[in-house]
Design a protein around this ligand. Structure first.
Ligand code: FUL
Length: 506
């Protein structure tokens, strides 16, 4: 994922909003003014809210990425578009095996490279002959997108599609209006023939066409096509979801979803996805608008995005995958983990095994929340009827939450676990339907007759996970030391991750 453009969809209460009617959807952003006081600015950031489709996307947490094309057969990472389609010939392609592997890992969706930069289409697009129809696989009658869509539907997974705008085969590439129409035609095929599509992945890579001209992508029309045909789909590198800024699998320690941007017109609207902090006070002070723009973290289980036999012994270790999970899902991001099928059209045994183990460890770790149903007292709570009391964060429900009254931005909650319990993973979740607010928190345990700090962090957002050395205690205290406008939390969790070998031997 490289060059980056994006824009935002938004819902906002009580504050001035900029609604851009020419944009592909109900699309709102909060204008920032140089006259805003610091308090006004933070209030604006606190009032940035996710669109329902962004909320739904975030709740998927972990999704699978499948890179598969002619590169799998030429052993390349980027094909140049001159490949003969006949080389695409997986001997045992089985999308049900991909789905099984992804499900065992705990994934909720699979995104397939329907077309990568080489321009080869995994479905029989009628706009080019550079497709599976020209391949030897299934005598040219096959359709990988259809097979995966069916397998996902049968197993209850959602489908996402990657359609690379950069196309090194198509002769109209570089002839901007013609190629834009070609790209839209292909989007239309993919978004009308395969049932619901939950995410459209638009890579920002852009090279020169055969005429030596650079292609000017018509992003607004691309986005409008997705909205028209699949209104519930999120667009990656578009209005809904941003790239986290690296391909290593790590979100920032401080990862905000409300961020500052400088322009809303998609052709001008640029953020630096690698910037250290996009949502800090300093970042939004410099911006022209504040928008809800959450991060997706993409990484491959192998060094490459595509399958290469030489990487069979370079599949990431279970410990590394767990570290990535805690540093992406556990840092207010969504993890998009790539598992490339091999030349048989199957996910290699090593990768499949690793993902099964990964799923086992995650399921085992989060099976029992030791804080669930415990006694909890908050120093502050909104209202007197108990709708937002402290127990709401240990009731095991995602749609109930503890909140402080407006303007109360520090608070503590004390939990009595009734008997000493041992935990080494802590989870916090803000109720992000109401925004992302927490800037600093710490956790204390009652140890040796006094409160001792056991860990601390900055942002929380949809989910924050912290791994610590095992602590055994009966009482835990959560301190929210700094927040914007108000505090909300929907869940608090204490978990114990057993030694990995113990989990795997069960
Ligand atoms: C990049 C592409 O160039 C890579 O090949 C891969 O698809 C990655 C996910 O995005 O921009």
């Amino acid at each position: 994922m490289r060059h980056f453009l994006g824009q935002i969809t938004f819902v906002l209460l009580l504050l001035p909003v900029c609604s851009c009617n020419s944009a592909p959807s109900a699309w709102r952003a909060i204008p920032v003014s140089p006259e805003d006081t610091n308090e006004q600015l933070l209030l604006k950031a606190a009032n940035a809210l996710p669109h329902p489709r962004q909320l739904q996307w975030q709740q998927r947490e972990l999704i699978g990425f499948i890179h598969f094309t002619v590169n799998t057969f030429t052993n390349k990472e980027w094909g140049d578009g001159t490949e003969n389609p006949s080389i695409f010939n997986p001997s045992e392609l089985d999308c049900r095996q991909w789905v099984k592997v992804c499900k065992e890992a705990g994934m909720k969706m699979i995104i397939l490279t329907a077309k990568h930069h080489d321009g080869f289409c995994l479905w029989p697009s009628k706009y080019t002959d550079h497709t599976v129809a020209g391949s030897s696989w299934q005598g040219g009658k096959g359709d990988v997108v259809a097979e995966l869509a069916r397998a996902c539907r049968d197993e209850g997974l959602e489908l996402g599609l990657y359609l690379s705008p950069w196309d090194r085969h198509e002769s109209t590439y570089g002839n901007s209006p013609k190629y834009n129409q070609y790209y839209i035609n292909q989007l239309e095929e993919l978004l009308t023939q395969y049932g619901p599509v939950a995410e459209v992945w638009m890579d920002g890579a852009c090279g020169e066409g055969p005429n030596g001209k650079r292609q000017e992508y018509d992003w607004p029309s691309y986005f409008a096509t997705v909205r028209r045909l699949q209104p519930d789909a999120v667009i990656f590198n578009g209005p809904d979801v941003r790239w986290v800024g690296n391909e290593a699998g790590y979100a920032r320690e401080t990862e905000w979803s409300p961020i500052g941007v400088n322009a809303l017109d998609v052709l001008e609207y640029k953020i630096n996805p690698q910037a250290k902090n996009l949502g800090s006070f300093e970042a939004i002070r410099k911006a022209n608008y504040i928008v809800w723009y959450p991060a997706e973290t993409d990484v491959s289980v192998r060094p490459g995005w595509f399958y290469h036999p030489a990487e069979d012994d370079k599949v990431k270790s279970l410990e590394k995958l767990l570290d990535i999970y805690y540093s992406s899902v556990g840092r207010n991001s969504l993890l998009l983990l790539n598992i490339p099928p091999d030349r048989r059209g199957l996910i290699h045994e090593t990768d499949a095994h690793r993902l099964r183990d990964f799923g086992k460890v995650i399921r085992s770790t989060f099976a029992v929340n030791l804080a669930k149903g415990t006694e909890a007292w908050a120093s502050e709570q909104r209202g007197s009827l108990g709708f937002h009391s402290a127990v709401k964060i240990v009731d095991g429900k995602d749609d109930t939450y503890w909140a402080t009254p407006n303007g109360i931005t520090t608070a503590t909650i004390e939990f009595n676990l009734k008997q000493a319990k041992t935990f080494n993973v802590i989870m916090l979740q803000e109720y992000i339907a109401k925004g992302q607010h927490i800037e600093q928190f710490s956790i204390e345990a009652w140890l040796g007759g006094q409160w001792r700090n056991i860990t601390e962090g900055t942002t929380v957002g949809y989910k924050r996970l912290l791994r610590i050395e095992p602590v055994t205690t009966q009482k835990v205290r959560l301190r929210i030391d700094k927040s914007r406008l108000v505090i909300t939390l929907s869940n608090f969790g204490l978990f114990y991750q057993k030694p990995i070998q113990e989990i795997l031997s069960q």
